[in-house]
Design a protein around this ligand. Structure first.
Ligand code: ATP
Ligand code: MG
Length: 587
């Protein structure tokens, strides 16, 4: 491509509204332009990057036997009502009406449509397994679209859905997808980690996310410094199942001894205030958080959760605990902290003085509370706390693992390593769905014995546009982007520094020969000063540059620059072609 004919509107200044580097560089490098919040034009350079990622995704998906199809972007409400997600998905689902006033939505994900297709077209065990995928624009009306295409409202996703005869077979498919994802992100040239993940609105029980490691990542992920254990903070296990069982056994035998005393704590509402006032460490306080859990079409349930003063709670872990304890009968719940008047009604006190003893709600305790002999809690009485409370006094119905991990916590898997915290950008996720959708939507097949069975499903997403942005977060310097060659918009940028006939002629020949050899070249043939051309080249981030200037002309060679290291050397054309072929051939 000749630069003079291309559309690459580079900018010297950072856009005012861009918070992260990929957003800034995609705007400045002429990759994207904003149309509305979270909605962008993908200019030719961005589209080339997306297409490269898509190509790798297609090759790896096809290699597993998955079949590409394309489903509608606009879907009828009825399908979403059948799965129950028309109500549950909330405001993130963009709803539209057609001219006849029928309800539709713009697809944020496609479990409903694909399950509908499967129930109509897959009849027998002989038609299974099937894994169907598409690459398509999705729309999610995100509360806070930001970071450019990293968290857009409109974005490109690869989504795949698998159908198997039973759980065993579908777990195999899950593993095949997990392995394919590893190959995909490796081939994209990214430093990534798969981590255990919570399942969120999509549902199911087993899930992994693939994270590109970058300090700007929105997610906290934990790894063990000794073993392979890695997980999203939403899922990081801090207590083993066996330990919890033991604690809960003990709980059944526990007898309150009532050896606590009430102390006056006027106006001391926060952990810090109470700790300072009573001259204890915040870890010696146990806070009582009152949560309201609401399931679709059900009355809200209130629970009091006990957590050490210096710990934080993870909503996703609490959701699982509530479900496991039978406090709610689905994981599809909305969790929120109880409001002021609700707290007053349950505790009889102002906010800030809630405690487990005498509260009108079920009490659940984090496992770490078990370790403490005596602690301080709220007295359910305004301006008072109880000192010297033991967990046996607290009417706890169960211990559960609900707190947020911290760097240095013991690894739950090997028990000898400690956990390290890093930031990650979620670029893909795989879910084992089980029969969540097939049961709701009656997607059955006939087995060998002629009996109806629900299909067992999995679903697997990759954010194509987010992967491109994540690659920039991981690969840039103060001059601009440094693309991994596998997903770069071009392999090499050819730059002429002189405008004389001879230099032009030599550059034209090199351009021709590189293209002939299958190398993708962005040929900067513009009538611009060398400084401008170099700045643009570094900004756009094509991984290699070939410079035809005085030095090259004098030596009859090409000046070859590696964008990442800045290293320059004088080489012959076949050397460049060989080097690129070798790099691109490495999978
Ligand atoms: P997040 O937690 O970041 O909101 P998600 O877990 O809701 O994402 P999934 O439903 O797992 O997303 O979607 C599959 C993939 O689609 C994600 O791994 C991510 O790469 C991409 N994706 C999701 N939401 C967005 C978005 N708003 N903008 C760009 N890509 C997105
Ligand atoms: Mg996800």
């Amino acid at each position: 491509m000749r630069y003079s004919k291309a559309l690459i509107p580079t900018l010297r200044e950072d856009p005012a509204d861009a918070e992260v580097v990929s957003h800034k560089l995609m705007i400045r490098g002429g990759y994207i332009r904003k149309v509305a919040a979270g909605i962008y034009d993908y200019l030719p350079l961005a589209l080339r990057v997306f297409r490269k990622i898509e190509m790798i995704v297609r090759e790896e998906m096809d290699a597993t036997g998955a079949l590409e199809l394309l489903l509608p972007i606009i879907m009828p409400a009825e399908l979403w009502q059948e799965s129950g997600r028309w109500d549950f998905y909330g405001k993130e689902l963009l709803r539209v009406k057609d001219r006849a006033d029928h309800d539709f939505c713009v697809g944020p994900t496609h479990e409903e449509v694909i399950t509908d297709l499967a129930r109509r077209e897959i009849k027998s065990y002989r038609d299974l397994p099937k894994n169907l995928y598409q690459i398509q624009t999705k729309f999610r009306d995100e509360v806070r679209p930001r970071f450019g295409v990293m968290r857009g409202r409109e974005f490109i996703m690869k989504d795949a859905y698998s159908f198997d005869v039973d759980v065993e077979a579908s777990k195999k498919t899950y593993q095949i997808m997990y392995d394919a994802y590893r190959r995909i992100f490796k081939r994209c040239g990214l430093d990534f980690r798969p981590v255990e993940a919570a399942t969120g609105a999509i549902g199911g029980t087993l899930s992994h996310e693939f994270h590109v490691i970058a300090s700007s990542g929105e997610d906290a992920i934990f790894f063990c410094d000794k073993c392979e254990y890695a997980s999203n903070v939403e899922k990081t296990r801090l207590a083993k199942v066996g330990q919890l069982q033991k604690m809960n056994e003990e709980l059944k035998q526990a007898k309150p001894d009532g050896k606590y005393v009430e102390v006056s704590t006027p106006g001391k509402k926060t952990i810090e205030e109470v700790a300072l006032f009573l001259k204890v460490k915040s870890s010696e306080l146990v806070k009582t958080l009152i949560y309201k859990a609401t399931a679709e079409k059900k009355e809200p349930v209130f629970v009091a959760v006990l957590l050490k003063g210096d710990h934080e709670l993870v909503d996703a872990k609490l959701t699982n605990a509530l479900f496991d304890q039978g406090i709610v009968d689905t994981r599809d719940i909305v969790l929120e902290l109880a409001g002021e008047s609700e707290v007053k009604a349950l505790t009889g006190a102002d906010v800030g003085f809630a405690g487990p003893i005498g509260i009108k709600a079920k009490v659940l305790a984090d496992a770490s509370v078990y370790g403490d002999e005596r602690f301080v809690v709220g007295a359910n009485k305004t301006d008072a706390h109880l000192v010297g409370v033991s967990w046996a006094d607290c009417n706890i119905i169960a211990f559960a693992d609900v707190r947020r991990a911290r760097q240095g916590d013991r690894c739950p898997e090997c028990s000898s390593g400690s956990l390290l915290e890093k930031r990650g950008i979620e670029v893909g996720q795989v879910f084992h769905l089980g029969t969540k959708y097939s049961e709701k939507m009656k997607a059955v097949y006939l087995d060998e014995a002629g009996k109806d069975n629900f299909m067992v499903m999995g679903c697997y997403g990759i954010g194509i546009s987010r992967t491109a942005a994540a690659a920039i977060e991981q690969n840039h310097d103060d001059k601009g982007i440094i693309w991994p060659v596998q997903i770069a918009p071009y392999h090499i940028q050819l730059i002429t520094m002189g405008v004389d006939e001879k230099t032009r002629e030599v550059a034209e020949n090199i351009y021709y020969e590189l293209e002939e050899a299958g190398v993708q070249v962005l040929f900067d043939d513009r009538d611009e000063r060398p400084g401008v051309k170099f700045a643009d080249a570094d900004l756009i981030g094509v991984p290699y540059q070939a410079i035809i200037g005085k030095k090259a002309m004098a030596e009859g060679k090409i000046e070859f620059k590696v964008r990442k290291t800045g290293e320059r050397s004088m080489v012959e054309l076949p050397d460049i072609i060989d080097r690129l072929k070798k790099e691109l051939g490495e999978k």
